[in-house]
Design a protein around this ligand. Sequence first.
Ligand code: UN1
Length: 497
Amino acid sequence: MAEPVKFRNYVGGKWVDAGTGKTFPNRNPADLDDVVGEFPASAPEDVDRAVAAAKKAYDGWRRTPAPKRGEIVYRAGQVLLDRKEEIARAMTREMGKVLKETRGDVQEGIDTAFVHAGEGRRLHGFTAPSELPNKAGWAVRAPVGVAGLVTPWNFPLAIPTWKSFPALVAGNTVVIKPASDTPHCVNLLAEVLEKAGIPPGVFNVVHGGGGTVGTAIVKHPDTRVISFTGSSEVGRGIAETCGSMLKRVSLELGGKNAQIVMDDADLDLALEGALWGAFGTTGQRCTATSRLIVHRRVKDELVGRVLERAKKLRLGSGLDEKNEVGPLINKDQVGKVHECVEIGKKEGAKLLCGGEPASDGALAKGCFYKPTIFDGVTPEMRVAREEIFGPVLSVLTCKDLEDAVRILNATEYGLSSSIYTRDVNNAFYAMQEIESGIVYVNAPTIGAECHFPFGGVKRTGNGHREGAHPIYDVFTEWKTVYVDYSGRLQKAQIDNQ
Ligand code: UN1
């Protein structure tokens, strides 16, 4: 057999091995015999080198005018566009989701580049009149320093671009650790940025495990801001470390998203929304629809139709365009999803379909799990409350809109929610009462666009938002400037009493 391709870290503008010399394999989850390559199993010393490179590059980068920084990000968007198909295929191979979706993932990176390139020419501050004569004041956004980014495997390109493009446009330098299940896409992003003209040391990639490399990035005294997407459990640990170091941290964590379907809804539309929301990306989106809350008058009809369609979904390698649902990310995840399903069964939820790994024919080589639907779920059950991150949909029945919203809000998470209704009063009540960062009306819980704020309430995060301009609250410091041109000592709060 041919030697697996060897990939490297990207530090100070050079491709380098980990100091340890150790590597880990990156496998195709649709066929575990297919090794994408060996990646560096880095140690904290590799993080030290990357942070030192980022620190060295910082002064030059922060002094580069923001519109120029934006132009480099714009060119990165153009290179991504040129390489879209190639990157989408590489992503499907290492992550598993179907090509239609990986093309969407790369597109989200392209869109993100173009939005933030424009921010290089805005990066608005503000001014206000001074309370004293012949004195002016304004506030500008200044970069924070070295940004440490730790990114997940479900959006292997889009999420690294969401975090790094605004961080870079704002004048920060970056050290990023991608998930060890999807390291290749971030190496491709480094190639793209290099081609776009990013100076050496401004963008650095260190591969390896979360416990070693991720922790070293978070704890490093010279990373001044941390952005993490992943589980609430890991996020809490990161927040504790950052809290004790007085370091800024932005967290995008779990979800338990729900789609409400009222009795006046267009059921054809609600059906398509539920299928796409629950089983798109094999349920591995933070925004995936995990609960379907249906009005009792239409429950049997809608669930019958969702079931019929879910059973027909075609599983297989995402590289084959006939397949609709790819694998889970790895065998561990298959085990975790199955454990949740077993818990649901024990709690008394009624399994309508799926409920087991799929291993017919070629599927046996990968990490496939059958689309699963539980009926008769009640809000107290763990399958109604805990994030599963797999193709599992729990159906809950509601008696009216207030009941539906109460059920929807009865989790510790609050990322994305949806309501299907034709009644404008229902829609506005839901928009007002639902506790989540994103609310959709007559659309599924997935499909956020990169130029709107993205993030959630409650245990979904710590109050920050990605996407659009609010992300600059993560990646910049406010600097307030006063200029007194009166030629005398003026005392604020005292001279104007
Ligand atoms: C995620 O699930 O972590 O809204 C990101 C969506 C995508 C992004 C999801 N645009 O579903």
